[in-house]
Design a protein around this ligand. Structure first.
Ligand SMILES: Cc1cc2nc3c(=O)[nH]c(=O)nc-3n(C[C@H](O)[C@H](O)[C@H](O)COP(=O)(O)O)c2cc1C
Ligand code: SF4
Length: 531
């Protein structure tokens, strides 16, 4: 009898040796004449356990991890193919506490199915959402998404259904669905995990969106640093065409939807929706003025739904289980689940899908296990490079859009980066300004010039040159960037800078700090006079 063994093919698992582990298992099984069927699944999202190998047993799936090539012979000897005990045993996968205590709706299949098996997808509830959508009008689909309370997971938190309704209301011969898979925020990986671990859910979500608004063409704009996700998506799209889930007559509906994956241009600003559209049209990724909104004049000037991967990949579960079911998760105006991504100085880096409302402290300690260094936590940055730095005293803030906004922060894409007490917040503030200077598209003056001047002013503050006047100047500069920038790159950079000053003023009060190695070593170093 063949034993089914799951070895993740996810990029994070590959980076810690999953490919060699898979080969070692295949070779050992062959030498022992054991018949194994190795499935390259997605990751379950518990990265400290990767490569996490699972075996199918009559009692369900049993996990082992982190598995190394060296541990493979011992696992065979212990009888891991039958789920027997070994030092790396983690027990039944579904009972691992960090996984069990989650609300996996969007990630319901990730790590469970074979990402490129359409039959596996369908047998685990895939395409049930589309089936429902096929019996509804576009307007009804839109209203279901509006009622669910789903808000865009790309950062701005704009209601997805309202965006779809605007596109539906446009009369145009051609409309587009564009998926923003540029995932540029620091500490984020949820989009990548979906694309590598459950690509059909994204394809299904985009197809539902196309039926809702009357679009016939879709594009997925994939971050250029995601070669595995890009490859998996392209294969999944080819399979969906082959099986009639894409093309001229989607699932026998009589409706057309064509889909292509495109590789991004490799710039943070290409994640901003109008820059992304420029880039997709083959031009340099630079911001477009708004209005008109992309929903009215988007790709090639046509009405376009542009949504983040998670927003689109959540449409199937909303259609399948109903808006009310999704609404029942969450708090206040933040409905459904948030895909929290723990990163930085954290013991257990992990994807946690949980109803909005979990506190930062619960996410970092109950799931993440505190700092990896074991030193006291000092700061947390939520929402990517444009997110505010929160001090320890803010850890009881619930993870929901409004609670974060009330504290001058933002949830962004759900990335949480943890820092211990060795962090220098003056250096982090400088890094934010420098990041803005490097990544600025150059279209507006407050960001293009302001970010470079901002680096210089922070340098002067830290070097103790006329500190008070320069602190005032930095504050003024931040206000100008906040109010005068054309897009949120320049417009939100004041968040990390001003929060660092507000919560950690002592870090800006050192004559000559020991800054350690520079993360942007070599770049713009000449503008750091204290070095
Ligand atoms: C500088 C910048 C970078 C962005 N990067 C991304 C990104 O990588 N992925 C993403 O989904 N949204 C990103 N956004 C947000 C998009 O502009 C847009 O709001 C989002 O794609 C809309 O989808 P949603 O409504 O589903 O969130 C970025 C915005 C800015 C200002
Ligand atoms: S804020 Fe920066 S990235 Fe945005 S339009 Fe202005 S120059 Fe470009």
């Amino acid at each position: 009898m063949s034993n089914k063994v799951y070895v993740p093919g996810d990029a994070a698992a590959l980076s810690v040796g999953a490919e060699s582990v898979s080969k070692a298992i295949a070779e050992r099984a062959a030498s022992l004449r054991r018949d194994v069927n190795i499935v390259r699944n997605g990751s379950r999202g518990m990265f400290w356990l990767e490569p996490m190998v699972e075996v199918d047993t009559p009692q369900g799936r049993v996990a082992y991890g982190p598995v190394s090539v060296e541990s493979v012979p011992g696992l065979f000897e212990a009888g891991f193919l039958d789920g027997k005990a070994h030092a790396l045993s983690l027990g039944p996968t579904e009972k691992i506490p960090y996984l069990r205590n989650q609300d996996r709706l969007t990630f319901a299949r990730c790590g469970i199915t074979d990402p490129l098996s359409l039959s596996d997808y369908v047998s685990h509830g895939g395409y049930r959402g589309l089936e429902k959508a096929m019996g509804m009008t576009g307007a009804d689909i839109v209203e279901e998404v509006v009622k669910s309370g789903l808000r865009g997971r790309g950062g701005a938190g704009f209601p997805t259904g309202i965006k779809w309704r605007t596109v539906l209301q446009q009369s145009a011969g051609q409309k587009y669905i564009v998926c923003n898979a540029d995932e540029g925020d620091s500490g984020t990986y949820a989009d990548r995990m979906i694309m590598e671990g459950d690509p059909f859910v994204l394809i299904e979500g985009m197809t539902i969106a196309s039926f809702a608004v009357g679009a016939t063409q879709g594009y997925i704009y994939v971050r250029s640093e995601y070669p595995h996700a890009f490859r998996t998506l392209r294969r999944a799209i080819a399979i969906a065409y082959e099986k009639g889930y894409l093309g001229a007559n989607v699932a026998g509906s009589g409706k057309k939807f064509d889909l292509e994956a495109r590789l991004g241009a490799g710039a943070y600003i290409c994640g901003e929706e109008t820059s992304l559209l420029e880039s997709l049209e083959g031009k340099r990724g630079q911001i477009r003025y708004k209005p008109p909104l992309p929903a009215i004049q988007g790709l090639f000037g046509k009405p376009t739904v542009i949504n983040n991967v998670i927003s689109l990949a959540t449409a199937p579960v909303i259609l399948d289980k109903g808006a009310k079911n999704y609404q029942d998760f969450g708090m206040g105006k933040s409905r459904g689940t948030l895909t929290i991504q723990l990163a930085g100085n954290v013991k257990r880096a992990e994807l946690v899908e949980k109803a909005f409302g979990l506190t930062l402290r619960e996410a970092i300690y109950d799931y993440g296990g505190g700092t990896a260094s074991g030193r006291p936590l000092r700061a947390v940055q939520v929402g990517g490079p444009l997110g505010a730095y929160f001090p320890e005293s803010y850890l009881d803030t619930p993870l929901d859009y409004e609670s974060f906004a009330a504290k001058k922060g933002m949830l962004g894409h759900g990335g949480i980066v943890v820092f211990d007490d060795t962090v220098d917040l003056a250096r982090q503030a400088r890094f934010a300004m420098e990041f803005c200077a490097v990544e600025s598209c150059g279209k507006c003056t407050p960001c293009r010039v302001g970010s470079t001047r901002g680096v210089e002013v922070i340098d002067r503050i830290v070097a103790n040159q006329d500190r008070m006047r320069n602190l005032e100047l930095l504050d003024e500069l931040c206000d100008v960037m906040l109010d005068g920038s054309l897009c949120a790159l320049g417009g939100l950079i004041p968040y990390p800078v001003q929060s660092a000053i507000r919560h950690f003023p002592e870090d800006f009060d050192k004559a000559a700090p020991d800054l350690g190695p520079d993360p942007l070593a070599g770049r713009a170093r000449e503008s750091q006079p204290w070095r």
